[in-house]
Design a binder for this molecule. Sequence first.
Ligand code: FAD
Length: 283
Amino acid sequence: MRYSVEIFPPKSSADNKEVVDLSVPFLSDGASFISLTYGAGGSSRNRSRSAVLAMALAGIPTAAHITAASASKEDVDHSLAIWLNTGITRFVVLRGDNGAPGAPFEAHPDGYASSIELIERIAELGAKEISVACYPNGHPDHQGGDSDLDYLKRKADAGATEAITQFFFNAEDYFRFRDRCADARVGLNIVPGILPIFNFTKVAQFATKCGEPIPQWLTDRFAGLDAQPDVRQQVAVASAASLIDKLRDADVPRVHIYSCNDSELTRSIGRLISFPAEKQNAA
Ligand code: FAD
């Protein structure tokens, strides 16, 4: 099984070395590439722009995230031009959000109207690998029934080459979604997104914002560990490892780790992926 790692840009462009230093050990542990998220506001977009550039110039295989929300086409095209000129050919292409969680999406008056329009544009500009997002447990804007699969199929038709899932905690949620995609002939590899529990309270808050269910067993597993970081860390590694083992047993070829820039936790999980226990032959 292979894996890719997602990281955030640093707090200031002056600190771009931080993302380079963060990425290098992931790659030596076996990560295939590092993806860097794109901020929602103007200043965080600038930080993403320059961090991607610093990573590419340092020779790190980089995927640049890009969103359509709250930006004119000119602004988005500016980021794309900089990156394509530096040799970046891998992108994670998203619609993004432009309001409070749950608020309806409204395209920028001069912007790309949807993820589909942006995917088409990036494909036209010559990107080689275009990852898009998908949601095994549904996105808050899900329009019911199989509309999410129809929409994912439209992303594939627009030029997407794979879909990375929103995080989930039960492997069965992923398997059910992968089967639905196969039945609907979506035609994209569905790469599981794994969110290690670096901090249960923060992960639970984020999951609620994204409409992602937190299973009771996971809440119980982390209960009372707030003041015990070492135990918490071990439980987090074991939880991610058992989810990944189930995916590996089902021949999933790659996972994408949402590192939240937690180097230690991500490296522990990455090593377990790169060096799995050999399977014992049945006697
Ligand atoms: P879309 O897929 O375009 O829309 C979301 C959902 O709404 C669809 O899945 C579908 O169910 C429904 N929908 C929308 N339009 C239609 C339609 N016309 N017909 C039918 N159904 C429709 N955010 C950032 O700001 N920066 C990042 O770097 C970033 N990286 C991410 C990486 C991954 C792997 C994931 C999963 C999410 C990421 N996000 C990021 C969050 C993302 O921007 C939000 O989840 C956003 O709300 C949706 O973006 P999208 O591209 O999935 O939207």
